[in-house]
Design a protein around this ligand. Structure first.
Ligand SMILES: CC(=O)SCCNC(=O)CCNC(=O)[C@H](O)C(C)(C)COP(=O)(O)OP(=O)(O)OC[C@H]1O[C@@H](n2cnc3c(N)ncnc32)[C@H](O)[C@@H]1OP(=O)(O)O
Length: 210
């Protein structure tokens, strides 16, 4: 496959996505755009400018698809960039080949699924969301747009995580729960009831801290 992936953000997340995009044979080349460096390359891949250069570079055939690689501290910017480029530039997708995705599950544009995730029947991962290594998403669960799931997050069945949520490493969400948008849960948190107020939650069972 001869396709070039543009990655917005050349920091650690962007570099990891570039690594999987190439080493797992999803794309043949990567270019970066970054608003916070004047460097011209990262790990051998060109940095073509900042986000204001994206549209023109696409018109110049500098790349085929785009993925936004901003980490969990910048989900508002990640959302804004997604909305800016949606319908203008095709979004790519990287689903690592070591992950298992049931054929009835759907993973939408701009998503990155790291190695060894398991995504079961009828699960939906909405656009612009990242699942880090080893996440388990059970049947019929839905994850909203612009979310970040840390390593080993475990979702039982029939869960609805709304957009812009951050689920910490090894957090566990029991079945039939709704997590309202812009919620963050800490590492190892066990969410036992629906969360209806955005904020930061930790512990087992989960408690609101701010
Ligand atoms: C590949 C990657 O690396 S992806 C990124 C993976 N990283 C993660 O998942 C990190 C998740 N982050 C955490 O769990 C953090 O502790 C956070 C975000 C929940 C809170 O961080 P801070 O804002 O610094 O909170 P702080 O450390 O001040 O703790 C506030 C209170 O919550 C408690 N607390 C913090 N984190 C947790 C936790 N994960 N579980 C239980 N209690 C916690 C603290 O003990 C403290 O309690 P106290 O007020 O009774 O003393």
């Amino acid at each position: 496959m001869k396709k070039t992936l543009a990655i917005l953000g050349s920091g650690h997340l962007g570099q990891q996505i570039a690594y999987y995009a190439i080493s797992d044979s999803h794309y043949s080349n990567v270019v970066f755009f970054d608003d916070f460096t004047s460097d011209k390359e990262r790990n051998g891949y060109a940095i073509l400018g900042d986000t204001d250069n994206v549209e023109q570079a696409y018109l110049n055939n500098a790349f085929d698809e785009i993925i936004i690689a901003l980490g969990y501290k910048h989900l508002n910017v990640k959302k804004a960039l997604y909305e800016r480029f949606k319908g203008v530039i095709p979004f790519g997708k990287v689903i690592h080949s070591s992950s298992w995705v049931d054929k009835t599950a759907s993973i939408n544009e701009g998503c990155v699924i790291y190695p060894t995730c398991a995504i079961d029947a009828n699960a939906v991962i909405n656009a612009n969301t990242v699942l880090n290594i080893g996440c388990t998403i059970a049947h019929d669960s839905v994850i909203g747009k612009h979310c970040f799931l840390s390593p080993r997050v475990a979702l039982a069945g029939f869960i609805n995580v709304e957009e812009m949520c951050i689920l910490g490493i090894n957090s566990t969400i029991i079945d039939n729960i709704i997590i309202v948008e812009k919620t963050q849960v800490g590492g190892g948190t066990v969410v036992t009831k629906s969360i209806t107020k955005s904020g930061l939650y930790v512990g087992n069972p989960h408690r609101f801290i701010r």
